[in-house]
Design a protein around this ligand. Structure first.
Ligand SMILES: CCCCC/C=C\C/C=C\C/C=C\C/C=C\CCCC(=O)SCCNC(=O)CCNC(=O)[C@H](O)C(C)(C)COP(=O)(O)OP(=O)(O)OC[C@H]1O[C@@H](n2cnc3c(N)ncnc32)[C@H](O)[C@@H]1OP(=O)(O)O
Length: 160
C-alpha cells in the first residue's frame, strides 16, 4: 500500500514496533468512538487482531451525512482516529492524538460498512506513529497516518 504519511507522521530510523497487548476494554463509556453510553457515538468494537493489525467495522447511517447520501469526512476521520487510538493504547501506555492526516479516496454512501484496519509503524520516546485504512466493498476509501503522544494519567483528570 502507498503510505499516506508525511514527514511528521513517519517514524525516524531506529523506531521500534512493539507487539500489541490485548485490546483494552472501553476505557470510558462516554467516548464518542467506543463508549456504549455515548448516545450519539459510533460505538466501534474490535472485530479482530491479526498480528500487529487491529480491525473494526463502521456502518454509515443517515446521521453521519455530509452531502446528501454521503458520509461526512469528519465522521470518517473520527472512526479512523478511534481505530488508530485503540492501537496506540494496545502499546500499553496512554496516548492522545497529536496529528491526524487523512486521505479521502472515494465517496462513502449511507448504508456502507467501512472495514477499518490500523497498525503501529514505530515508537520513538513519547511518540507513536500509526497508520490505518478503510475499505468499502473491497475498495480503499479512506486512509490515515498519525502521530500520537504519550501522556501521563493526569492528562485525563476531570477539569472543573
Ligand atoms: C481497530 C479497532 C478499533 C476498535 C475500537 C474499539 C474499542 C476501543 C477501546 C479502547 C480505546 C482506547 C483508546 C482510544 C482512545 C482514543 C482515540 C481517539 C484519540 C483522541 O482523539 S485524543 C483527543 C485529541 N487530542 C488531544 O486532545 C491532544 C491535545 N494536545 C495535547 O494535549 C498536547 O499538545 C500533547 C499532549 C499532544 C503534546 O503536548 P506536551 O506538552 O505533552 O508535549 P510537547 O508539546 O513537548 O510535544 C512532545 C513532542 O511531540 C511533538 N508534537 C506534539 N504535537 C505534535 C503535532 N501536532 N505534530 C507534530 N509533532 C507534535 C513535539 O514537537 C515534541 O517533539 P520533540 O520531543 O521532538 O520536540
Amino acid at each position: 500500500m502507498t503510505t499516506p504519511a508525511s514527514a511528521k507522521t513517519t517514524p525516524p530510523t531506529g523506531a521500534v514496533v512493539p507487539a500489541l497487548k490485548e485490546p483494552p476494554p472501553t476505557e470510558y463509556d462516554g467516548c464518542f468512538g467506543c463508549g456504549d453510553q455515548a448516545s450519539d457515538g459510533i460505538r466501534l468494537k474490535h472485530t479482530g487482531l491479526d498480528g500487529k493489525v487491529a480491525e473494526t467495522a463502521f456502518t454509515v447511517v443517515e446521521a453521519h451525512q455530509g452531502a446528501p447520501g454521503l458520509a461526512h469526512g469528519g465522521i470518517l476521520a473520527a472512526a479512523l482516529d478511534e481505530a488508530l487510538g485503540s492501537v496506540a493504547w494496545m502499546l500499553g501506555k496512554r496516548y492522545v492524538t497529536g496529528r491526524l492526516e487523512t486521505d479521502f479516496l472515494t465517496p462513502v454512501p449511507v448504508g456502507s460498512t467501512v472495514q477499518l484496519r490500523a497498525w503501529c509503524t514505530g515508537v520513538d520516546g513519547r511518540k507513536a506513529y500509526l497508520e490505518g485504512e478503510g475499505h468499502v466493498d473491497g475498495k480503499l476509501a479512506v486512509r490515515a497516518a498519525a502521530l500520537f503522544i504519550e501522556v501521563p494519567e493526569e492528562h485525563f483528570e476531570e477539569r472543573p
